[in-house]
Design a protein around this ligand. Structure first.
Ligand code: GLN
Length: 269
């Protein structure tokens, strides 16, 4: 069968089918256009149909292909980590704006694949970056990423601040689970296949955000920043949490679709 014929039989949407077939053949997607009438091997045909069926039954494309591009990095992902999202790039952007040049200490809580920690380190090699996660499997994925990318980040296992002794962070960042347990989004898109521990914050969804806001002042240096990703409808609540805890310069930034997505503040006490 040729690429054209195989794509015509694909059980999934055309663009994703092309991305998947190019991945299996180890070629650029554009190659499929110029070689659309050449014969494929039966192994490649078989591999494509197996993956395409898995995709059709809800498996995320990122897990099937084993990676997702985030910031300027190609990150290895598996079913133990949240698939990095574009929204989170706004957190990275803001973090880089707040950091001075020099050897500052950044802590990424619930790092998952290591996306935020690695993106910060890739832009500012002089930073000292640590990522924590309670999941051993997630940290193994983060470790594979730091090795593959040649970026030195310390990975520590444990819940939120628990595995770090230092109380002198210049910045704490996190994309914690922030979806309410009853939220209907949990059955949509890639979410059913992703780890619940990376998605569900508790009954209201705010529980983990609140925990981090409460604990952060005990770990930040004076003028250190706390930046948190949150749900599109949680901006006001997160700003209130930050202000009531004593943070200054509290603000929220929108994501690419205009939704409030990241809130943060500075610890000036
Ligand atoms: N941004 C993800 C989503 O809503 C959720 C990630 C998270 O809970 N941190 O699809």
């Amino acid at each position: 069968m040729t690429p054209k014929e195989l794509l015509a039989r694909s059980p999934i949407e055309q663009y994703e089918a092309e991305v998947l077939l190019a991945h299996i053949l180890g070629v650029q997607r554009s190659w499929l256009l110029s070689h659309g009438d050449e014969d494929l091997s039966t192994e490649d045909e078989h591999a494509f149909m197996t993956h395409a069926r898995a995709r059709a039954s809800g498996e995320p494309l990122a897990y099937l292909m084993g990676y997702r591009d985030f910031w300027s990095l190609r990150l290895i992902v598996d079913q133990h980590v949240l698939i990095p999202r574009r929204e989170t790039e706004h957190l990275v952007e803001w973090a880089l704006e707040c950091l001075d040049a020099g050897d500052q200490k950044v802590l990424d809580l619930g790092t998952g694949s290591g996306a935020i920690a690695l993106a910060c380190k890739s832009e500012r090699p002089e930073l000292s970056v640590t990522g924590t996660d309670q999941s051993e499997e997630a940290l193994a994925c983060a470790q594979r990423n730091s090795e593959a990318l040649g970026l030195e980040v310390r990975w520590k296992r444990g819940s939120w601040f628990e595995p770090v002794d230092a109380r002198d962070w210049d910045m704490v960042v996190s994309n914690p689970p922030y979806i309410a347990a009853s939220d209907e989004h949990l059955v949509q898109g890639d979410l059913p296949a992703e780890p619940e521990s990376a998605l569900i914050g508790g009954e209201t969804g705010l529980e983990m955000l609140e925990h981090i806001v409460t604990e952060a002042p005990g770990h930040l240096r004076p003028y250190g920043w706390l930046l948190l990703e949150h749900g599109f409808d949680q901006g006001e609540e997160v700003r209130t949490l930050l202000t009531e805890r004593g943070f200054s310069n509290v603000a929220t930034r929108a994501d690419w679709s205009g939704q409030p997505r990241v809130s943060g503040g500075q610890w000036q006490n």
